[in-house]
Design a protein around this ligand. Structure first.
Ligand code: ATP
Length: 863
């Protein structure tokens, strides 16, 4: 190494004036420089804080950029000493340099020992994990199925004022995090952890920089017909929302800009973009573009996740997208935590869909802003409600982690159904999909533990990448150790989960006042008086997507809504509630408290109200996209009423239930009066059975509208069942025949076409069962048992909701004290709301049960 190189490096760091002093001490080459320790700095005349910091940083850079320089590898960080912080410890900047005034007492830095297992229980040895001892780099392929990137935010003014320092050093794709530690003998030291990711964005990276290397490749993939997901994971306040869903410069805006450029190309003229925006709060999905209406994730026959009832808006340009987004963003659940005054308390999911002229989804890009990843106790949450929220968040992130683990270990069953989050993220990880995770980190020392947790989580996701090759414990590594680590991992969240369960248990098992108190806590979490009370859809300027699972009549004047009763109790019968919209203040994200307090602060409008003129469209096109008359919410499978044994056994469909409740006793008087609450729940006439087709893939798969092509012609129907109508029969037969290829008989799915979601049946054996047939039967048994388990979980959850509802009602009716907190009181409106909520739950239960019943019967028939 030459002297000129040393000079050049010193010049780059603004330290060239030290060269004479260095050379007189024999430091003329990089090799000499990297041997220096900080004790040498004073004797070399490097005394100012700034110069010392620069020199330290320069030495680190040389070690990284010139690994051949002697000392760069032989002088590990463990030999470095660092001064303590004042008054605490570990106040270093991004270079790892201790910037304390008092540099007398040095704090040693030592490399973190490599764990035998990573944070997600998979042994790290021999996995070729970049950033670990192997030092091997993975190929940074922008088109990889799963990419994991890290973004470090700058220190904020509060942290700077507190004297906190940047503990995370970024060099290329490498990241080091210095963690302050204390030994048992009370001596302090710094543990340095090293990681490598697909991308590491330093604190000065702009959203545009991040976008180019994260979401942009996904936009391209979207136009290739793929499903892509970009999600932000990290501690609260680390920059997830800023990165993903900032209303002006979030990745979604930058992506939309490119999407519309692409859409203007002639080859994409047949495509149209739509937006959907919802959140997962407390284990429930809420449509942020539709008055926080509850939604339900389902799977279609091709394992694509479909959010049943999600309202989607066609968008024509970035401005339109931002308007719709702003509308939805105002409805998000936020709260104040110690770490972030405007903290997201939910997982927010914004989807941009490309649809062709038949309104088939041909590509989907989702942006997900996950809720903060740290545990409730760590967030400094003291009140029960906030901790409950935190517990639910952690439960879902734990489920996500378990899914990642299962996928990584090639487990046969991935527990996607453990949480709503994993249910909706399922198609981000399987099939024709690409996912980019952006782990956001705070650089300050007091957050280093959370930062490390985030990075370990990210590291684990990275292991999913195909490049990794080896598959964790499946490769015969230390399974018991992995299990042990897994238990630690789970226990990390145990406290929070326990808390959630304790509340639930108390609620369900206690009586009297205790129940009341707990109930109130619970109810506060779940009640969302509708801020977005009534949106006026302008059908001349806004074409709303129609899709099979669309359940709500866009023209129905929904009044009140879930949780709205308590606030609207003063309504007299027949009184009209004026259409209202969210407040238009861009910064006014909708906090829970605001939701409770601000029902009066509303203005009229729709997401597109501002841009009507710019959205003039071909009326024919608009009417084509408009929901056809007669399509309605259809919570029950068509054949449930028409042909299933269940219907004949007297279980009423939803319509019947409405009329039934209106025809008996107390209900009679309520339903005969066309009060607003009832009007809200009224549904359009359902299409005739002949308009419907049925698929047995699951509750959501039961219904598809005539003429819609969500299955792209590949019907998931595989079961021959007497209750399937003629049309289905034809569909089923045609599919079967197309799949036949030598199969024993028409109507049987070929083994190769088996999809556990659809339970394709083996042909009825013509003679004794073949080994092929037996194998297929085993697969079916397995799939059915899994489905049964999932169905039971769904039913249990619904029963829990039903129990809670009943408790709310009885509690609210018992005294005026509780009436306010529960939103229920001893009056007619409350009773109607109770019926309406119960109706929703029972509908869902029935769908689940009928779906199971049909699969069961079909299987038994075939077996
Ligand atoms: N890269 C960045 N550059 C500048 N400011 C940033 C950056 N990242 C985050 N911030 C700022 O930090 C604050 C917290 O960011 P943000 O709300 O995005 O955090 P979060 O991770 O979404 O938190 P929570 O989980 O609580 O919602 C915001 O004021 C944001 O503007």
């Amino acid at each position: 190494m030459s002297t000129s190189l040393l000079l050049e490096m010193l010049r780059r760091s603004g330290l060239e004036h030290f060269y004479p002093s260095f050379s007189t001490r024999g430091i003329t080459q990089l090799d000499n420089l990297v041997q220096l320790s900080m004790q040498d700095y004073n004797s070399l005349g490097v005394t100012s804080m700034e110069d010392r910091r620069r020199l330290f940083q320069l030495i680190q850079t040389i070690k990284t950029e010139y690994p051949d320089v002697s000392g760069s590898t032989s002088a590990p960080a463990s030999s470095t000493t660092m001064a303590p912080s004042s008054p605490g410890m570990g106040t270093m900047d991004g270079s790892g340099y201790e910037a304390s005034e008092d540099e007398e007492e040095a704090i040693p830095v030592q490399e973190a020992r490599q764990r035998g297992l990573d944070a997600y229980s998979v042994p790290t040895r021999n996995k070729g994990t970049p950033g670990r001892s192997t030092g091997a780099y993975i190929a940074n392929d922008l088109t990889a199925k799963i990419r994991v990137c890290v973004r470090k935010r700058p220190l904020n003014s509060k942290e700077i004022n507190r004297g906190e320092k940047d503990m995370a050093g970024v060099t290329g794709r490498q990241l080091t995090v210095d963690e302050p530690k204390v030994r048992v003998d009370m001596t302090k030291y710094i543990e340095r952890h090293g990681f490598i990711f697909d991308e590491v964005f330093d604190s000065d990276a702009t959203n545009e920089d991040v976008y180019r290397r994260t979401a942009y490749p996904l936009v391209q993939y979207l136009f290739e017909g793929g499903r892509a997901t970009c999600f932000a994971y990290g501690q609260t306040g680390s920059g997830k929302t800023f990165t993903m869903l900032d209303d002006k410069q979030g990745l979604y805006v930058l992506a939309a800009r490119d999407i519309f450029v692409m859409l203007r190309k002639p080859e994409n003229a047949h495509l149209t973009a739509y937006i959907g925006f919802y959140e997962i709060y407390q284990g429930h999905l809420h449509d942020l573009l539709n008055k926080r209406k509850k939604l339900h994730p389902r799977e279609d026959g091709k394992s694509n996740v479909v959010i049943s009832g999600l309202k989607e808006y066609e968008i024509l340009n970035v401005e339109g997208l931002m308007q719709v987004f702003e509308y939805g963003n105002n409805a998000r659940s936020t709260g104040s935590t110690n770490a972030n005054a405007d903290s997201s308390r939910s997982h927010a999911i914004m989807q941009i869909m490309l649809k062709d002229q038949s309104r088939n989804v041909v590509g989907k890009l989702s942006f997900i802003d996950l809720a903060g990843s740290e545990r409730g106790a760590d967030r400094g949450e003291t009140d029960a409600k906030t901790r409950m929220e935190g517990a639910e968040i952690n439960k879902s992130l734990l489920a996500l982690k378990e899914c990642i683990r299962a996928l990584d270990q090639d487990k046969k069953h991935t527990p996607f159904r453990q949480s709503k989050l994993t249910q909706v993220l399922k198609d981000s990880f399987v099939g024709n999909s690409r996912t980019c995770m952006v782990a956001t980190i705070s650089p300050n020392n007091s957050n280093s533990e959370h930062t490390l947790n985030t990075l370990r989580y990210a590291d684990r996701v990275k292991e999913l990448k195909a490049e990794g090759g080896a598959k964790g414990v499946a490769q015969g590594q230390d399974v018991s150790a992995a299990q042990e680590e897994y238990m630690d991992d789970v226990e990390g969240y145990e406290e929070d989960e326990l808390e959630a369960n304790v509340y639930d248990d108390d609620y369900l098992s206690s009586e009297g006042e205790n129940v009341a108190d707990v109930t109130i806590d619970l109810l506060e979490d779940e009640e969302f008086p509708d801020l977005l009370d009534q949106e006026e859809m302008d059908h001349h300027t806004l074409a709303m997507t129609t899709y099979d699972h669309e359940l709500e009549d866009p023209n129905s004047k929904r009044v009140g809504g879930r949780g709205g009763f308590g606030n609207q109790g003063a309504l007299s019968h027949g009184q009209q509630i004026q259409p209202q919209s969210p407040r238009q203040t861009p910064s006014s994200r909708h906090t829970l408290q605001q939701q409770r307090d601000s029902n009066t602060d509303r203005t009229r409008g729709s997401p597109f109200a501002k841009s009507k003129s710019s959205r003039e469209r071909d009326p024919q096109q608009a009417s084509k996209n408009r929901k056809p008359e007669g399509l309605s919410r259809l919570p029950m499978p068509r054949n449930f009423q028409s042909s299933t044994p269940s219907s004949s056994s007297g279980i009423p469909g939803p319509q019947h239930r409405h009329s039934q409740s209106g025809g008996s006793g107390r209900n009679n008087s309520t339903t005969s009066n066309s009060s607003p609450p009832l009007a809200m729940k009224s549904r359009e006439p359902k299409p005739s059975p002949s308009d419907m087709s049925i698929s047995p893939g699951g509750p959501s798969d039961y219904i598809s509208q005539k003429g819609s092509n969500t299955n792209n012609g590949a019907s998931p129907i595989a079961i021959k069942h007497p209750s399937i109508n003629t049309k289905n029969h034809q569909q089923s037969s045609s599919m079967s025949s197309s799949n036949r290829n030598g199969a024993a008989s028409a109507g049987s799915a070929t083994p190769g076409s088996h999809d556990p979601n659809n339970y394709p049946m083996a042909s009825p054996p013509t003679s004794s069962p073949t080994s092929e047939g037996r194998r297929l039967m085993e697969v079916e048994m397995d799939a059915f048992i899994q489905e049964h388990q999932a169905q039971m979980r769904d039913c249990a959850e619904l029963t829990k909701r039903e129990t809670k509802l009943l408790a709310q009602v009885t509690l609210g009716m018992s005294s005026t004290v509780h009436a306010q907190s529960t939103g229920f009181s001893n009056n007619r409106e409350s009773f109607l709301k109770y019926l309406s909520d119960l109706d929703e739950i029972v509908d869902e239960k029935l769908i689940t049960i009928v779906a199971m019943s049909q699969k069961l019967k079909a299987l038994r028939g075939q077996a």
